[in-house]
Design a protein around this ligand. Structure first.
Ligand code: PHE
Length: 338
Protein backbone atom coordinates (compact mmCIF):
# COMPACT_ATOMS: atom_id res chain seq x y z
CA UNK A 1 0.00 0.00 0.00
CA UNK A 2 2.74 2.41 1.00
CA UNK A 3 4.53 1.63 -2.24
CA UNK A 4 1.43 2.60 -4.16
CA UNK A 5 1.36 5.92 -2.34
CA UNK A 6 5.02 6.50 -3.14
CA UNK A 7 4.34 5.75 -6.81
CA UNK A 8 1.54 8.33 -6.89
CA UNK A 9 3.77 10.87 -5.17
CA UNK A 10 6.44 10.40 -7.86
CA UNK A 11 3.79 10.78 -10.53
CA UNK A 12 2.55 14.04 -8.99
CA UNK A 13 6.06 15.38 -8.64
CA UNK A 14 6.85 14.61 -12.27
CA UNK A 15 3.69 16.06 -13.70
CA UNK A 16 4.11 19.23 -15.70
CA UNK A 17 1.87 21.18 -18.05
CA UNK A 18 1.23 24.77 -19.04
CA UNK A 19 -2.10 23.90 -20.55
CA UNK A 20 -4.98 24.82 -18.26
CA UNK A 21 -7.27 21.98 -19.49
CA UNK A 22 -4.57 19.42 -18.82
CA UNK A 23 -3.91 20.88 -15.38
CA UNK A 24 -7.60 20.74 -14.55
CA UNK A 25 -7.81 17.11 -15.73
CA UNK A 26 -4.83 16.30 -13.49
CA UNK A 27 -6.52 18.02 -10.55
CA UNK A 28 -9.76 16.12 -11.08
CA UNK A 29 -8.00 12.78 -11.43
CA UNK A 30 -6.38 13.27 -8.03
CA UNK A 31 -8.52 15.64 -6.00
CA UNK A 32 -11.93 15.25 -7.66
CA UNK A 33 -14.85 13.64 -5.83
CA UNK A 34 -14.13 10.25 -7.39
CA UNK A 35 -10.41 10.87 -7.68
CA UNK A 36 -7.40 8.92 -6.46
CA UNK A 37 -7.11 10.77 -3.17
CA UNK A 38 -10.70 10.15 -2.24
CA UNK A 39 -10.38 6.38 -2.91
CA UNK A 40 -7.09 6.25 -0.99
CA UNK A 41 -8.74 7.98 1.96
CA UNK A 42 -11.65 5.54 1.96
CA UNK A 43 -9.31 2.55 1.89
CA UNK A 44 -7.73 3.91 5.11
CA UNK A 45 -10.07 1.80 7.23
CA UNK A 46 -8.77 -1.42 5.58
CA UNK A 47 -5.17 -0.70 6.55
CA UNK A 48 -3.85 -2.86 9.40
CA UNK A 49 -3.73 -0.77 12.60
CA UNK A 50 0.08 -0.87 12.95
CA UNK A 51 0.48 0.64 9.45
CA UNK A 52 -2.20 3.29 9.87
CA UNK A 53 0.15 5.96 11.22
CA UNK A 54 2.65 5.64 8.41
CA UNK A 55 -0.04 5.34 5.77
CA UNK A 56 -1.82 8.45 7.06
CA UNK A 57 1.42 10.43 6.98
CA UNK A 58 2.19 9.42 3.38
CA UNK A 59 -1.38 10.05 2.30
CA UNK A 60 -1.36 13.59 3.69
CA UNK A 61 1.98 14.16 1.99
CA UNK A 62 0.43 13.16 -1.31
CA UNK A 63 -2.61 15.34 -0.77
CA UNK A 64 -0.44 18.35 -0.07
CA UNK A 65 1.79 17.63 -3.07
CA UNK A 66 -1.27 17.56 -5.34
CA UNK A 67 -2.65 20.88 -4.14
CA UNK A 68 0.78 22.56 -4.30
CA UNK A 69 1.37 21.27 -7.80
CA UNK A 70 -2.03 22.44 -9.05
CA UNK A 71 -1.60 25.88 -7.49
CA UNK A 72 1.87 26.28 -8.95
CA UNK A 73 0.94 25.13 -12.46
CA UNK A 74 -2.22 27.23 -12.56
CA UNK A 75 -0.46 30.47 -11.64
CA UNK A 76 2.36 29.63 -14.02
CA UNK A 77 0.03 29.01 -16.92
CA UNK A 78 -1.86 32.23 -16.16
CA UNK A 79 1.40 34.15 -16.20
CA UNK A 80 2.55 32.45 -19.42
CA UNK A 81 -0.63 33.38 -21.26
CA UNK A 82 -0.49 36.94 -19.91
CA UNK A 83 3.17 37.27 -20.77
CA UNK A 84 2.48 36.48 -24.40
CA UNK A 85 -0.03 39.35 -24.53
CA UNK A 86 2.15 42.11 -23.08
CA UNK A 87 5.12 43.59 -24.84
CA UNK A 88 7.06 44.40 -21.74
CA UNK A 89 7.92 41.26 -19.78
CA UNK A 90 9.48 43.32 -16.99
CA UNK A 91 6.16 45.01 -16.29
CA UNK A 92 4.44 44.06 -13.07
CA UNK A 93 1.55 41.64 -13.44
CA UNK A 94 -0.43 43.57 -10.83
CA UNK A 95 -2.92 46.11 -12.01
CA UNK A 96 -1.62 49.63 -11.52
CA UNK A 97 -4.21 52.00 -10.09
CA UNK A 98 -3.40 55.56 -11.00
CA UNK A 99 -4.80 58.39 -8.95
CA UNK A 100 -6.12 61.65 -10.23
CA UNK A 101 -6.10 65.25 -9.22
CA UNK A 102 -8.46 66.60 -6.61
CA UNK A 103 -11.33 68.56 -8.21
CA UNK A 104 -10.22 71.70 -6.37
CA UNK A 105 -6.72 71.36 -7.83
CA UNK A 106 -8.20 70.92 -11.31
CA UNK A 107 -10.33 74.06 -11.01
CA UNK A 108 -7.53 76.03 -9.38
CA UNK A 109 -5.20 75.15 -12.23
CA UNK A 110 -7.78 76.13 -14.84
CA UNK A 111 -8.29 79.53 -13.20
CA UNK A 112 -4.55 80.09 -12.86
CA UNK A 113 -4.00 79.21 -16.54
CA UNK A 114 -6.64 81.71 -17.62
CA UNK A 115 -4.98 84.57 -15.76
CA UNK A 116 -1.37 83.67 -16.47
CA UNK A 117 -2.24 83.74 -20.18
CA UNK A 118 -2.92 87.47 -19.89
CA UNK A 119 0.23 88.20 -17.94
CA UNK A 120 -0.73 87.72 -14.30
CA UNK A 121 1.96 86.30 -12.04
CA UNK A 122 1.24 83.96 -9.12
CA UNK A 123 1.98 85.17 -5.61
CA UNK A 124 1.76 83.25 -2.38
CA UNK A 125 1.97 84.15 1.28
CA UNK A 126 1.66 82.73 4.80
CA UNK A 127 -1.55 81.14 6.09
CA UNK A 128 -0.79 82.44 9.58
CA UNK A 129 -0.96 86.19 9.22
CA UNK A 130 -0.70 89.31 11.30
CA UNK A 131 -3.48 91.81 11.79
CA UNK A 132 -1.82 94.38 9.51
CA UNK A 133 -1.72 92.24 6.37
CA UNK A 134 -5.12 90.62 6.83
CA UNK A 135 -7.08 93.64 8.07
CA UNK A 136 -5.52 96.98 8.92
CA UNK A 137 -3.63 97.59 5.66
CA UNK A 138 -6.78 96.67 3.80
CA UNK A 139 -8.64 99.62 5.28
CA UNK A 140 -10.07 97.56 8.13
CA UNK A 141 -8.65 99.29 11.23
CA UNK A 142 -9.19 97.67 14.66
CA UNK A 143 -12.83 97.78 15.76
CA UNK A 144 -14.03 98.45 12.19
CA UNK A 145 -17.48 96.84 11.99
CA UNK A 146 -16.70 95.27 8.59
CA UNK A 147 -14.29 92.92 10.36
CA UNK A 148 -17.41 91.00 11.33
CA UNK A 149 -17.89 90.09 7.65
CA UNK A 150 -15.09 87.54 8.08
CA UNK A 151 -15.32 85.54 11.31
CA UNK A 152 -11.74 85.04 12.29
CA UNK A 153 -9.67 82.40 14.06
CA UNK A 154 -7.25 84.26 16.34
CA UNK A 155 -4.28 82.79 18.13
CA UNK A 156 -5.39 82.94 21.74
CA UNK A 157 -2.15 84.14 23.27
CA UNK A 158 -1.59 86.88 20.68
CA UNK A 159 -4.59 88.66 19.15
CA UNK A 160 -2.29 90.18 16.52
CA UNK A 161 -1.77 86.76 14.94
CA UNK A 162 -4.57 85.03 13.08
CA UNK A 163 -5.38 82.53 10.33
CA UNK A 164 -5.85 84.57 7.17
CA UNK A 165 -9.49 85.05 6.24
CA UNK A 166 -8.74 85.85 2.59
CA UNK A 167 -5.73 85.94 0.29
CA UNK A 168 -6.00 89.74 0.02
CA UNK A 169 -3.26 89.59 2.65
CA UNK A 170 -0.93 88.20 -0.02
CA UNK A 171 -1.73 91.16 -2.24
CA UNK A 172 -0.77 93.55 0.55
CA UNK A 173 2.56 91.76 0.86
CA UNK A 174 2.99 91.86 -2.91
CA UNK A 175 2.30 95.61 -3.09
CA UNK A 176 4.69 96.26 -0.21
CA UNK A 177 7.56 94.63 -2.01
CA UNK A 178 6.86 95.35 -5.69
CA UNK A 179 6.46 98.51 -7.73
CA UNK A 180 3.61 98.97 -10.23
CA UNK A 181 2.74 97.82 -12.77
CA UNK A 182 1.47 94.88 -10.72
CA UNK A 183 -0.51 92.03 -12.19
CA UNK A 184 -0.82 89.09 -9.85
CA UNK A 185 -3.17 86.40 -8.63
CA UNK A 186 -2.94 84.78 -5.24
CA UNK A 187 -4.37 81.30 -4.83
CA UNK A 188 -4.43 79.81 -1.36
CA UNK A 189 -6.16 78.30 1.61
CA UNK A 190 -8.17 80.59 3.89
CA UNK A 191 -9.92 80.13 7.22
CA UNK A 192 -13.15 81.42 8.71
CA UNK A 193 -14.83 80.58 11.96
CA UNK A 194 -18.08 79.43 10.43
CA UNK A 195 -20.51 76.64 11.24
CA UNK A 196 -19.87 73.85 8.74
CA UNK A 197 -22.84 73.14 6.46
CA UNK A 198 -23.50 72.11 2.88
CA UNK A 199 -22.61 75.65 1.77
CA UNK A 200 -19.98 76.74 4.27
CA UNK A 201 -16.74 75.31 5.57
CA UNK A 202 -14.20 76.87 7.90
CA UNK A 203 -11.33 76.01 5.59
CA UNK A 204 -11.69 76.83 1.93
CA UNK A 205 -9.67 78.10 -1.03
CA UNK A 206 -9.58 81.41 -2.80
CA UNK A 207 -8.02 83.02 -5.81
CA UNK A 208 -7.75 86.76 -5.64
CA UNK A 209 -6.42 89.05 -8.35
CA UNK A 210 -4.80 92.48 -8.34
CA UNK A 211 -3.91 94.80 -11.18
CA UNK A 212 -2.26 98.16 -10.52
CA UNK A 213 -0.88 100.41 -13.22
CA UNK A 214 -1.43 103.86 -14.67
CA UNK A 215 -5.00 104.76 -15.65
CA UNK A 216 -6.61 101.42 -14.85
CA UNK A 217 -10.36 101.88 -15.05
CA UNK A 218 -13.51 100.05 -14.04
CA UNK A 219 -13.95 99.16 -17.72
CA UNK A 220 -10.63 97.28 -17.59
CA UNK A 221 -11.97 95.33 -14.61
CA UNK A 222 -15.18 94.42 -16.37
CA UNK A 223 -13.38 93.36 -19.54
CA UNK A 224 -10.95 91.17 -17.57
CA UNK A 225 -13.87 89.52 -15.79
CA UNK A 226 -15.69 88.94 -19.07
CA UNK A 227 -12.56 87.31 -20.50
CA UNK A 228 -12.34 85.13 -17.39
CA UNK A 229 -15.96 83.96 -17.33
CA UNK A 230 -15.93 83.36 -21.08
CA UNK A 231 -12.78 81.22 -20.73
CA UNK A 232 -14.01 79.22 -17.74
CA UNK A 233 -17.76 78.88 -18.27
CA UNK A 234 -17.98 79.64 -22.00
CA UNK A 235 -20.32 82.46 -21.03
CA UNK A 236 -19.39 86.12 -20.79
CA UNK A 237 -22.84 87.37 -19.88
CA UNK A 238 -22.08 88.99 -16.53
CA UNK A 239 -23.42 91.82 -14.46
CA UNK A 240 -21.81 93.87 -11.72
CA UNK A 241 -24.02 94.54 -8.73
CA UNK A 242 -23.02 97.39 -6.37
CA UNK A 243 -21.67 96.04 -3.10
CA UNK A 244 -19.31 96.94 -0.29
CA UNK A 245 -15.78 95.86 0.58
CA UNK A 246 -13.58 98.05 2.78
CA UNK A 247 -10.58 97.60 0.46
CA UNK A 248 -12.25 98.56 -2.82
CA UNK A 249 -14.19 101.64 -3.90
CA UNK A 250 -16.47 101.29 -5.75
CA UNK A 251 -17.13 97.62 -5.03
CA UNK A 252 -19.30 95.09 -6.80
CA UNK A 253 -20.43 91.48 -6.77
CA UNK A 254 -20.04 89.68 -10.07
CA UNK A 255 -23.01 87.64 -11.26
CA UNK A 256 -22.93 85.32 -14.24
CA UNK A 257 -26.06 84.58 -16.27
CA UNK A 258 -26.70 80.90 -15.73
CA UNK A 259 -30.03 80.54 -17.47
CA UNK A 260 -33.40 79.24 -16.36
CA UNK A 261 -33.89 76.18 -18.48
CA UNK A 262 -34.08 73.35 -15.98
CA UNK A 263 -35.45 72.87 -12.53
CA UNK A 264 -31.89 72.82 -11.19
CA UNK A 265 -31.27 76.23 -12.80
CA UNK A 266 -34.31 77.57 -10.92
CA UNK A 267 -33.09 76.09 -7.67
CA UNK A 268 -29.46 77.24 -7.80
CA UNK A 269 -30.24 80.72 -9.11
CA UNK A 270 -33.24 81.12 -6.78
CA UNK A 271 -35.42 81.78 -9.80
CA UNK A 272 -33.41 84.76 -11.08
CA UNK A 273 -31.19 83.03 -13.65
CA UNK A 274 -28.15 84.87 -12.18
CA UNK A 275 -25.44 83.43 -9.97
CA UNK A 276 -22.99 85.31 -7.80
CA UNK A 277 -19.43 84.16 -8.45
CA UNK A 278 -17.07 86.70 -6.90
CA UNK A 279 -16.41 90.10 -5.36
CA UNK A 280 -14.45 92.91 -6.99
CA UNK A 281 -13.79 96.62 -7.11
CA UNK A 282 -11.28 99.42 -7.65
CA UNK A 283 -8.48 99.31 -5.08
CA UNK A 284 -9.23 101.86 -2.37
CA UNK A 285 -6.65 104.72 -2.34
CA UNK A 286 -6.13 104.14 1.41
CA UNK A 287 -5.00 100.58 0.70
CA UNK A 288 -2.47 101.77 -1.88
CA UNK A 289 -1.10 104.36 0.52
CA UNK A 290 -0.83 101.74 3.29
CA UNK A 291 1.27 99.63 0.92
CA UNK A 292 3.54 102.42 -0.26
CA UNK A 293 1.93 103.11 -3.64
CA UNK A 294 0.86 106.66 -4.49
CA UNK A 295 -2.82 106.62 -5.52
CA UNK A 296 -2.32 109.86 -7.41
CA UNK A 297 0.03 108.09 -9.82
CA UNK A 298 -1.68 104.71 -10.04
CA UNK A 299 -5.05 103.06 -9.97
CA UNK A 300 -6.07 99.43 -9.98
CA UNK A 301 -8.66 96.76 -9.52
CA UNK A 302 -8.96 93.66 -7.36
CA UNK A 303 -11.23 90.65 -7.34
CA UNK A 304 -11.60 87.52 -5.28
CA UNK A 305 -13.42 84.23 -5.61
CA UNK A 306 -13.85 80.97 -3.72
CA UNK A 307 -12.50 77.97 -5.64
CA UNK A 308 -15.04 75.64 -4.00
CA UNK A 309 -17.90 77.83 -5.19
CA UNK A 310 -16.62 77.83 -8.77
CA UNK A 311 -16.02 74.06 -8.65
CA UNK A 312 -19.54 73.50 -7.28
CA UNK A 313 -20.98 75.42 -10.22
CA UNK A 314 -18.79 73.77 -12.84
CA UNK A 315 -19.44 70.25 -11.61
CA UNK A 316 -22.94 70.83 -10.19
CA UNK A 317 -22.00 69.76 -6.69
CA UNK A 318 -24.43 70.75 -3.99
CA UNK A 319 -22.46 70.00 -0.81
CA UNK A 320 -19.14 71.73 -0.12
CA UNK A 321 -18.20 69.10 2.48
CA UNK A 322 -17.59 66.55 -0.28
CA UNK A 323 -14.38 68.38 -1.18
CA UNK A 324 -12.96 67.79 2.29
CA UNK A 325 -14.20 64.31 3.11
CA UNK A 326 -12.03 62.91 0.33
CA UNK A 327 -14.15 59.85 -0.29
CA UNK A 328 -12.40 58.07 -3.15
CA UNK A 329 -15.73 57.31 -4.83
CA UNK A 330 -16.30 61.06 -5.12
CA UNK A 331 -12.74 61.98 -6.10
CA UNK A 332 -12.49 59.29 -8.80
CA UNK A 333 -15.09 61.06 -10.92
CA UNK A 334 -12.87 63.98 -11.83
CA UNK A 335 -10.49 63.40 -14.65
CA UNK A 336 -8.26 66.30 -15.46
CA UNK A 337 -7.05 66.95 -18.94
CA UNK A 338 -3.92 68.75 -17.89
N1 PHE B 1 -11.34 89.54 -0.07
C1 PHE B 1 -12.73 89.40 -0.43
C2 PHE B 1 -13.28 88.18 0.31
O1 PHE B 1 -12.56 87.43 0.84
C3 PHE B 1 -12.93 89.22 -1.91
C4 PHE B 1 -12.57 90.45 -2.68
C5 PHE B 1 -11.29 90.59 -3.17
C6 PHE B 1 -13.50 91.41 -2.93
C7 PHE B 1 -10.94 91.72 -3.88
C8 PHE B 1 -13.16 92.55 -3.64
C9 PHE B 1 -11.88 92.68 -4.11
O2 PHE B 1 -14.45 87.99 0.35
Amino acid sequence: MIDKLKKYLKEVENFYSENSTEIEAFRISYAGKKGILSSLFSSFRDIPPEQKKNYGKELNKLKEAVSLKVEYLKSKSKWESKKSKINDPTRTSFQIQSGNRHPLSIVKKRIIDIFTQIGFSISEGPEIEDDWHNFTALNLPPHHPARDMQDTFFIQTNPDILLRTHTSSVQVRHMESNKPPIRTISPGRVFRNEAISSRAHCIFHQIEGLYIAKDVSFADLKQTLKYFTESLFGNSNIRLRPSYFPFTEPSAEVDIYWGLETEIDYRITKGTGWLEIMGCGMVDPNVMENCGINPKDYSGFAFGMGIERIAMLLYQISDIRLFFENDVRFLKQFKATL
